[in-house]
Design a protein around this ligand. Structure first.
Ligand code: GTP
Length: 185
């Protein structure tokens, strides 16, 4: 059984298809307002311990598919403690890619016996008036490293700080050892 010792900083990486709102989520968190035009990739951000709910310095890393190779993204996954995979709730194909591409890609870049916690983030809930959470249970069942799913909006700031707080909590208070029973047997 593999336990990762609790780190003294938390490094969060945001992955997901182009246009789902990764950069917007980071900038909405930091500025507490939504900006329509954001850069392709946010600079790495460090949130000081005293303004995080868990009192732990937190680095937030953006990823941009058009500016980074998959090798560079893989290196960022290796450095991260927790992975937020973002999709856009109004674009089913971005959720399909979570299961068909992003979760396997994250697994491929984590050690076999230690799976980093993953948060699934459905962004842009301001665009729809229903929940897509029911479409996610099957994915969460197939990938037990999925710690939780959260719906949010960078535009209305709904659940944005909660999303980053949940990512922190997944690292600092893991529900259980994150490892694969099949691979251990
Ligand atoms: P890449 O840099 O291409 O990987 O995209 P990204 O995932 O960083 O998306 P980005 O933050 O650039 O946002 C893409 C578009 O979606 C922009 O036009 C944003 O204004 C818009 N957007 C982001 N978040 C929201 C949201 O919560 N609601 C709505 N309505 N639009 C959003």
């Amino acid at each position: 059984m593999v336990y990762e010792s609790v780190p003294r900083t938390v490094r969060i990486i945001l992955l997901g298809e182009s246009g789902v709102g990764k950069t917007s989520l980071i900038l909405s968190l930091v500025t507490e307002e939504f900006t329509e035009h954001v850069p392709a990739k946010a600079e790495e951000i460090t949130i000081p311990a005293d303004v995080t709910p868990e009192q732990v310095p937190t680095n937030i890393v953006d990823v941009c598919l058009s500016e980074q190779t998959s090798e560079q993204i893989a290196e960022e996954i290796e450095k991260a403690h927790v992975i937020c995979i973002v999709f856009s709730v109004d674009k089913q194909e971005t959720l399909n890619k979570v299961a068909s591409y992003w979760l396997p890609f994250v697994r491929d870049n984590c050690p076999d016996d230690y799976r980093k916690p993953v948060i699934l983030v459905g962004n842009k809930i301001d665009l729809i008036d229903y929940s897509v959470i029911d479409n996610i249970w099957d994915i969460a069942e197939e990938y037990p490293e999925v710690d939780r799913c959260i719906e949010c909006s960078a535009k209305t700031l709904t659940n944005v700080s909660e999303m980053f707080y949940n990512a922190q909590k997944a690292v600092l208070h893991p529900i259980g050892p994150i490892y694969s029973i099949e691979e251990q047997e």
